[in-house]
Design a protein around this ligand. Structure first.
Ligand SMILES: C[S@@+](CC[C@H](N)C(=O)[O-])C[C@H]1O[C@@H](n2cnc3c(N)ncnc32)[C@H](O)[C@@H]1O
Length: 307
C-alpha cells in the first residue's frame, strides 16, 4: 500500500542497503529491488514462514535480496545474522499488520467471514493460537484486550458472552466466535461486521503487535546510516500513536534539557521528521478498501555533528 509514496520516502540509492521488515508477498521489496543497482542490497524479514517461502520461490534468482524469517522485534539480531559485517542501512520499511494472503486463507484463522481454526498467529510456530488464549483468559483480561486493542464499546458484553459460551463448549472456530460476538453486540456500525473489532483485538494481542512495533522502532535508530530513512505504515490508531510518539520523541530535544545554553551532543535529536503523515489516494482506496486506514510516517536519521 502507498507503494509510490513509500518509494519516494525511501529515495533508494542504487548502491544503498535497505531493510523491508515486513516482506509479505514482496510488493514493496520488488519496487525497492527495481530501484537498486547491482551493488545495492535488501534484507527482507517476515515472521510468517509462508511469506518467506513465497519470497524464495518468487525471487529465487535475486542475488541482492536476503530473506530472513523472524519477528522484527529482533531486528538487530536478524540483520546481524543476515550480514555478519556490522552495517548501517539507508532505509528501513515497516508495513504493519497482516497480509492479504493471511486474511484470505481460512486455515490461518484470521477471517470472521470464512470458517477456520481460531488461530491468527502470524508465525504458527510460536505463541498461542487465539483459541488457546480464549480458553484460559479471565473475564477481565478478555474485556481489557477487546476494549483497548479493539476500541470496542461493547467489550464487557462480549467478554461475558465468551466466558458463558466457553463453559458450554470450547471456542475453536472463527465463525463460532463471530456468531458469539454478533449475538452479544446490541448495535451495529454501518458497513462493519459486528466482530471486526474483536477479531482485530485478539489478533493484535496474540501477535503482540504493539510490543513488536515498539521494539523494532527502538532498534531502528542505531541501524540507520546518517541520512537513512525510516518509513512506517500503520493501519490502526493505537499503532499510529506508537509511531507518532516515537518519531516525535526522537526528533526533539528532551524538554528537561531544552533550556540549557548548550545542548549536550548526547541529547541532540537523532531523527528529523520527513514530510507530513500521508494517506492513500482516493484511487488507491477505491481499488483496495483496506488502504482506507493506512497512514505513512517517515523520519530521517540526523547526521551527527562532528565532535
Ligand atoms: C501488511 S503485510 C506486508 C505487505 C508487504 N509490504 C507487501 O508489499 O507485500 C505485513 C507482513 O508483515 C508481517 N509481520 C507483521 N508483524 C511482523 C513482525 N512483528 N515481525 C515480522 N514480520 C511481521 C506479516 O506476517 C505480513 O506478512
Amino acid at each position: 500500500m502507498l507503494v509510490d509514496e513509500v518509494l519516494a520516502a525511501l529515495a533508494v540509492h542504487p548502491a544503498g542497503r535497505y531493510v523491508d521488515a515486513t516482506f509479505g508477498r514482496g510488493g514493496h521489496s520488488e519496487r525497492i529491488l527495481a530501484a537498486l543497482g547491482p551493488q545495492g542490497s535488501l534484507v527482507a524479514i517476515d515472521r510468517d514462514p509462508e511469506a518467506i517461502a513465497a519470497g524464495h520461490a518468487r525471487f529465487a534468482q535475486e542475488r541482492r535480496l536476503a530473506l530472513v524469517h523472524g519477528p522484527f522485534s529482533e531486528l538487530t539480531r536478524l540483520l546481524r545474522a543476515a550480514s555478519p559485517q556490522p552495517a548501517l542501512y539507508d532505509g528501513i520499511l515497516i508495513d504493519c499488520g497482516v497480509s492479504s494472503p493471511q486474511l484470505d486463507t481460512p486455515a490461518r484463522g484470521f477471517s470472521f467471514r470464512q470458517d477456520g481454526p481460531l488461530d491468527m498467529r502470524m508465525d504458527p510456530g510460536t505463541g498461542l493460537p487465539v483459541a488457546d488464549w480464549l480458553a484460559h483468559a479471565t473475564f477481565e483480561e478478555l474485556r481489557q484486550v477487546i476494549a483497548t486493542l479493539g476500541e470496542e464499546r461493547f467489550a464487557r458484553k462480549i467478554a461475558a458472552a465468551l466466558v458463558r459460551e466457553r463453559e458450554r463448549a470450547p471456542i475453536e472456530r472463527t465463525l463460532q466466535l463471530a456468531g458469539i460476538v454478533e449475538r452479544a453486540v446490541p448495535v451495529r456500525e454501518p458497513g462493519k461486521h459486528a466482530a471486526t473489532r474483536t477479531f482485530q483485538a485478539l489478533r493484535m494481542h496474540v501477535n503482540d503487535e504493539l510490543g513488536q512495533l515498539r521494539a523494532a522502532l527502538a532498534q531502528s535508530i542505531d541501524l540507520l546510516a546518517p541520512g537513512g530513512r525510516l518509513a512506517v505504515l500503520s493501519f490502526h490508531s493505537l499503532e499510529d500513536g506508537v509511531v507518532r510518539d516515537f518519531m516525535r520523541a526522537h526528533s526533539s530535544v528532551d524538554p528537561a534539557l531544552a533550556r540549557l545554553p548548550v545542548i549536550p551532543a548526547s541529547a541532540a535529536p537523532k531523527l528529523r521528521l520527513f514530510g507530513r503523515k500521508q494517506r492513500a489516494s482516493a484511487a488507491e482506496v477505491a481499488a483496495n478498501p483496506r488502504a482506507r486506514s493506512a497512514l505513512l510516517r517517515v523520519a530521517e536519521r540526523v547526521v551527527p555533528e562532528a565532535a
